[in-house]
Design a protein around this ligand. Structure first.
Ligand SMILES: N[C@@H](CCC(=O)N[C@@H](CS)C(=O)NCC(=O)O)C(=O)O
Length: 224
């Protein structure tokens, strides 16, 4: 089987970072293809890859057939079924259920954080203050990080111990946002964010983002 992973602009596309981190850290070989958001190329991706409308979209090619898998949660589950040994989810059933719950909540929630603090890996603002909704989202997320590390984290550095799992893939864009917007965190949350952002696969994505030429004005803030 061969995989092609279609991604948006690395600097801005938080869901694309999740898709990338569901494959790269687990040594699942794939060809990444970046398509700039909101362009004719993106419209063409939609035309050529129905019914997908968003990135990441995974194309799984086998025996002349191509399966289209879109939406990050279904990509996680599809890859886990295909590569159960890769460690995408924790092996302990209780930890795995917790990891899935955390990812599902991340996937369906936190509108305040998402809408007012878009991912922008290149920037680090010094004067940003999150609004009330984003502050509540950050409080909920860091509460969950504490809960998971206390219950399952052992000596870390990740939520479920020493191994990077899908949970880190889902929270990596949050860690990137918290760095970009200069949010002050407690020591546990700060250490977790640093560990996720220091993972070689996150660093590779970040390095690629730094080299991208595209600028999306609506995701840039006019502040220091
Ligand atoms: N629920 C989807 C969300 C994917 C998503 O919204 N991706 C954005 C890029 S970060 C996208 O493709 N946007 C296309 C558009 O808005 O035109 C997932 O989990 O993958």
């Amino acid at each position: 089987m061969a995989y092609e992973l279609i991604l948006g602009n690395k600097n801005y596309s938080s869901w694309s970072l999740r898709g990338w981190l569901l494959m790269q850290p687990f040594d699942i070989p794939f060809d990444p293809k970046v398509v700039e958001l909101h362009t004719d190329d993106f419209a063409q991706f939609r035309t050529e890859t129905p019914p997908a409308l968003t990135v990441p979209t995974l194309l799984s090619k086998e025996s002349g057939e191509t399966l289209t898998v879109w939406d990050s949660l279904s990509i996680a589950e599809f890859l886990h079924e295909r590569h159960p040994e890769a460690g995408i989810w924790p092996t302990d059933p209780g930890a795995r259920a917790a990891a899935r719950s955390l990812c599902a909540e991340m996937h369906s929630s936190y509108r305040g954080l998402r809408s007012t603090m878009p991912m922008n890996m290149r920037r680090q603002y010094k004067t940003f203050t999150p609004d009330a909704d984003a502050t509540a989202d950050i409080a909920r997320i860091t509460h969950l990080w504490h809960w998971a590390t206390e219950r399952w984290g052992g000596s870390g550095p990740y939520l479920f111990g020493a191994n990077f799992t899908a949970t880190e893939a889902f929270f990596a864009p949050v860690a990137s946002r918290l760095r970009t917007y200069g949010v002050k965190l407690d020591a546990t949350s700060q250490a977790y964010c640093e560990a996720v952002l220091a993972h070689p696969s996150t660093v590779k994505f970040f390095d690629d983002a730094m080299r991208e030429p595209w600028v999306s004005e609506k995701n840039e803030m006019d502040i220091e």
